[in-house]
Write a protein that binds this ligand. Structure first.
Ligand code: 5GP
Length: 137
């Protein structure tokens, strides 16, 4: 499959559409999931154009997991979360809906989380949660 340069995360990376950012560096962007499965649901994406983990370079994969660890710690601290779930879907069969690789950081348990990519949250509430996460770095 060819990388779709017009997927929603590619557009976010090009700043063509907005996101509620909590972290950015040369290789990585982290922002609030617009349809959170729990309060504080955050996405971490590499800037490299890759659909799944199988397409990602080793360098980007290594950097990505380090940044997932960093952002997950900020989510945990900023939201005073007891437990953090990480998940990452590869391919439509696995349930991936946006074809640019990303890790999900979900405070709490996936077992009690809301449905995947279904219910939009309002921008003001997401921004308030993002501000707490930013303070967790
Ligand atoms: P996937 O199904 O690919 O693992 O996860 C994609 C995630 O992106 C979903 O959790 C979904 O809620 C989120 N998402 C979809 N469109 C947007 C968007 O335009 N902005 C943001 N911030 N998140 C999005």
């Amino acid at each position: 499959m060819t990388y779709d340069t017009n997927n929603i995360f590619a557009k976010i990376l090009r700043k063509e559409i907005p996101c509620i950012k909590v972290y950015e560096d040369e290789h990585t962007l982290a922002f609030m999931d617009i349809m959170p499965q729990a309060e504080g649901h955050t996405l971490v994406i590499p800037k490299e154009a890759a659909i799944t983990i199988h397409d990602l370079s080793d360098d980007s994969a290594a950097n990505l997991i380090i940044k997932v660890k960093l952002v997950a710690a900020a989510v945990k601290k900023g939201l005073n979360a007891d437990g953090i779930t990480l998940f990452q879907l590869n391919g439509e069969q696995a349930g991936q809906t946006v074809p640019h690789i990303h890790f999900h950081i979900l405070p709490g348990s996936y077992l009690t989380a809301k449905a995947h990519a279904k219910i939009n949250a309002d921008t003001d509430s997401l921004e308030a949660i993002a501000e707490k996460i930013r303070k967790g770095f």
